[in-house]
Design a protein around this ligand. Structure first.
Ligand SMILES: [Fe+2]
Length: 312
């Protein structure tokens, strides 16, 4: 990285460190530990979630939305019964990550809200692929896969929030006008890529190694010959298929495309990388259709509950 990249990244990180977003990782991974603990039960989860009243309020709001309730859910125990454990955990994670984000405005086809929608859908797809295809592997917990989907592009969200500069907007408009993958041009304008920023953020926040690699190498993983673990391979290939599923569904359901959020590259059609990920996970044509159906129904649920951010 050249001096321009280092300087720009320093500015971004300095701004970010003054924001409340810097407390997000501790809260998220503290909860992840409780949520993944095989000995923990609903009362442990409730106790952990109750520490953050803004999350509790939002959860109850969703549980009482027409999509789920009849306006009678007044505590977390009832929300667990009504929504189910998986959904409460996913809601809590997405709320923790998103609660200090700025979703105002947008530029060309980009906005933080649309990018966040995409992250939510990728996270939901990651969870399903993990549950359907990786259930036999002990170390594949769907919450890790869900979290990877949520945070894969988090460095881009941070760029929007703390580095919304002329240079950043140039990258966005260039990608939009010329249909170039964003990660291929950002170095030229910013001096750093969102993968490089992802690696830096993961280091600052002391993220687990696999998640750091997903944030830091999700575009270059296959070319970089990185092999750390089977778990990371699963995480990478699952995230790649999930990202592709968003485009795939966009193509087939064009009127709903906007709802699947901002996608920063143009991987619309199946290519050799996606084929190798599908093969790696043993997902065939029938599997793709079935995953698509689950994803469409999950997205409907997200929309009904107003869980997807409504763009301002
Ligand atoms: Fe990316």
């Amino acid at each position: 990285m050249d001096y321009k990249g280092r300087d720009n990244m320093e500015v971004l990180i300095e701004e970010m460190s003054k924001s409340r977003i810097s407390t997000m990782p501790n809260i998220l991974f503290g909860l992840l530990e409780v949520f993944k603990d095989p000995k923990a039960n609903a009362s442990h989860f409730v106790e952990a979630i109750n520490k953050d009243q803004s999350i509790v309020v939002k959860l109850l709001e969703i549980a009482n939305s027409p999509a789920f309730g009849m306006g009678k859910v007044s505590n977390l125990e009832s929300a667990f019964i009504l929504l189910g454990e998986d959904m409460v955990k996913e809601l809590v994670f997405s709320l923790i990550v998103s609660k200090n984000l700025n979703f105002d405005g947008g530029y060309c086809d980009f906005s933080a809200a649309k990018l966040w929608e995409n992250s939510l859908v990728v996270a939901a797809s990651n969870k399903t692929i993990c549950q359907v295809y990786l259930g036999d592997y002990d170390d594949c917990n769907y919450l890790d896969f869900y979290t990877a989907g949520l945070l894969k592009e988090f460095s881009l969200v941070m760029m929007r929030q703390f580095f919304y500069t002329k240079e950043f907007k140039s990258v966005i408009s260039k990608r939009f006008l010329n249909k170039i993958d964003l990660h291929k041009i950002e170095k030229e304008y910013l001096g750093f890529t969102h993968e490089e920023l992802g690696r830096k953020l993961a280091k600052i926040w002391n993220f687990p190694e696999d998640l750091s690699y997903i944030m830091g190498y999700h575009h270059t993983y296959q070319a970089s010959d990185v092999f750390l673990s089977k778990h990371l391979d699963f995480l990478f290939h699952t995230s790649q298929v999930s990202q592709w599923m968003c485009y795939n569904i966009n193509e087939r359901m064009s009127e709903r495309a906007i709802k699947f959020g901002y996608t920063h590259s143009d991987l619309k059609y199946i290519d050799t990388d996606v084929v190798s990920s599908l093969d790696f996970l043993n997902i065939d044509e029938v599997g793709i259709s079935s995953l698509e159906n689950i994803l469409v129904s999950d997205v409907k649920k997200l929309e009904k509950a107003n869980w997807l951010v409504v763009e301002k």
